[in-house]
Ligand binder design. Structure first.
Ligand code: F6R
Length: 592
């Protein structure tokens, strides 16, 4: 949660670089934003609201400086006001700090600092940091030692960066929150995520927990908690800066929905042998049983993954990461798979750590190279979806499911039909994108007020995901159910005004039973929208049909999900919602 950026070495454009970086990080939080520039003094400009508000506040002002830091906030301590926006400063306005994460001992530090005469201007936990730095400076510490000493006092999760008056350096540190350095020829950056500076460089250094970094115009250095220099690897980012733009689409979400064919090809690339269709993955796992931990959309991919493992006879269960501590401990040889596109979700990281404490081997299925999940797990399977900026996850869900399907197929010794379906998947998704009538469905029902989504087997997580996507961006009430559960309670809510989206692919037992449940809602006059490959007779009971190409049952639900993404998108667009930045949400949730 929250995005931070720092920049040195672009004295003519420090402010523009910071604001541009913030606009690329806005997906991490968009309650308020601010910048601090060091130009002898410290100049801070910050505003409640989106980055646009900050831009307006900066208009006509000449704010310059050799070095600077910036922040876009997702509120945890205190409402989104100008005062609570970062950067936060000390009593003398000579220290400015931005922070992502939660300082757990902030109250005791705040009491101690207040007692010593420090005056606080915000409700945030972060504000203790500039005051701690101030205290160490006034005790005679040099700037770097004062920063280190302040960080040593804080407990919790943080990526923190500071600038000081009279200094042309940026100081930074991380613990349980991401921080990456960007290295250009004459400029250096730090940020919560690579898109913040990708336009300027593809050379990056990922900081580890407990590490400190100092950037100045002459270079960069990383040290460990004891102050000893750390040899870091410089990685090269493989995606283009254009991938983080909207490429002519009205919203990132729509662009990312349309990027799915490419994302799926990337996910498969080099992993399925041309000739014999064998799957090769660079992961060393052969589990006898699997536990999944994940949140939100990734949890739905995990439920799908559990179904795939069960279908080859390997016991598997998906847990909401935030509930994992109450789950049964993993058995011997049980693999715990964390599904997380960002690789930084605090609930998922904490569940994975718990799994390791319990002695399990862990695998991260993630989109983010160098993320905490990727680094901490025993093994990692990258989904290769490319950057996803829209807060609502779309292409990463499809790529997560495909990556898990590949894993299952490798363990299962490659089921030919599923492999063939995976190879066809990108083309099938493209066909849906070209021919979908989702917009017409959205036009008919976008203000119904309540929506149900149902499915069985792999269509069940897709029903959950369809409802989540719909509610988070349209703000309309939407619920997903296992189709068989409708009659055990939710059916009481179904009226002639409640659209029910039924995912029915194939013509097997699961499809027949779902159709039975669809008849139950049809009998209550509810409009039925069938998402189907036309192999069953569901169309007879449906008011609308969203077609998907016929394919293997293991992958058909991924196609159905694309139709539901489009329905959610068009409904939200008709309701004029801020689709890429839904209220109260953020892309990367780094608090538990
Ligand atoms: C919904 C959405 C969230 C995330 C969840 C987990 O569209 O994006 O529900 O899926 O916050 O995030 P990751 O996958 O980064 O762990």
């Amino acid at each position: 949660m929250c995005g931070i950026i720092g920049c040195v070495g672009r004295p003519d454009s420090t402010l523009d670089t910071l604001v541009h970086g913030l606009s690329k990080l806005e997906y991490r939080g968009y309650d308020s934003a601010g910048v601090a520039l060091a130009n002898g003094d410290i100049e801070v400009v910050k505003r409640a609201g989106k980055i646009e508000e900050l831009r307006e506040a900066l208009e006509g002002r000449s704010v310059g400086g050799e070095v600077g830091i910036g922040h876009t906030r997702w509120s945890t301590h205190g409402p989104p006001t100008d005062e609570n926006a970062h950067p936060h400063t000390d009593c003398t306005d000579r220290v400015a700090v931005v922070h992502n994460g939660i300082i757990e001992n902030y109250q005791s530090l705040r009491d101690e600092l207040a007692e010593a005469g420090h005056e606080f201007r915000s409700d945030t936990d972060t504000e203790v940091v500039p005051h701690l730095i101030e205290q160490h400076l006034s005790g005679g510490a040099d700037p770097e030692s004062a920063f280190r000493a302040a960080v040593e006092r804080i407990e919790g999760s943080y990526a923190v960066a500071a600038v000081l008056a009279g200094e042309d350096r940026v100081f930074a540190a991380r613990e349980d929150s991401p921080l990456v350095l960007g290295l250009d020829e004459e400029a250096y950056y730090l940020a919560s995520d690579v898109p913040a500076f990708r336009e300027f460089t593809d050379k990056v250094v990922y900081l580890e927990d407990g590490e400190f970094a100092v950037l100045d115009a002459g270079g960069w250095s990383v040290t460990d908690a004891a102050g000893s220099p750390v040899e870091k690897t410089v990685d090269t980012v493989e995606w283009d800066p254009e991938e983080t733009g909207k490429s002519g689409y009205d919203h990132y979400m729509l662009k990312e929905i349309h990027e799915q064919p490419r994302a799926l090809r990337q996910c498969l690339s080099g992993r399925v042998e041309e000739l014999d269709g064998r799957v090769s993955l660079d992961v060393d796992v052969d589990p006898t049983a699997v536990q999944f931990v994940a949140c939100g959309t990734s949890y739905h991919a995990a439920v799908y993954g559990a179904y795939l493992f069960q279908s080859i006879g390997i016991p598997a269960q998906a847990f909401l990461a935030s509930e994992y501590t109450t789950s049964p401990p993993p058995l011997d040889d049980e693999l715990v798979i964390g599904v997380t596109q960002s690789g930084e979700t605090a609930d998922t990281l904490s569940a994975l750590r718990e799994a390791r404490r319990r002695g399990a081997k862990t695998l991260a299925v993630t989109n983010t190279v160098g993320s905490t999940a990727a680094r901490e797990c025993d093994d990692v399977l990258y989904i290769r979806a490319g950057p996803e900026i829209g807060v609502a996850a779309t292409k990463t869900f499809s790529s997560q499911v495909v990556a898990l399907t590949l894993l299952v197929e490798r363990i299962n010794d490659d089921d030919r039909e599923t492999i063939a379906a995976l190879r066809d998947l990108a083309g099938n998704v493209q066909q849906i994108l070209d021919e979908s009538t989702a917009r017409e469905v959205a036009e008919e029902y976008y203000d119904a007020g309540a929506y149900f989504f149902v499915g069985r087997g792999p269509a069940y997580p897709v029903a959950l995901e369809g409802a989540l996507k719909f509610k988070e961006i349209s703000y309309e009430h939407a619920e997903g159910f296992a189709a068989g559960e409708l009659k055990h309670g939710p059916l009481a809510l179904v009226t002639g005004e409640t659209p029910v989206f039924a995912v029915v692919t194939g013509d097997d037992e699961l499809a027949r039973k779902t159709i039975g449940n669809v008849k139950e809602v049809e009998a209550r006059d509810a409009p039925v929208i069938a998402v189907t490959d036309g192999r069953s007779d569901i169309e007879r009971y449906a008011d609308h049909v969203l077609e998907v190409p016929e394919t293997d049952p293991e992958t058909a639900a991924i196609l159905a999900n694309v139709q539901l993404q489009l329905v959610a998108y068009h409904a939200a667009a008709l309701l004029d919602r801020p689709i890429d930045k839904p209220r109260n949400l953020a892309k990367s949730v780094t608090v538990e």
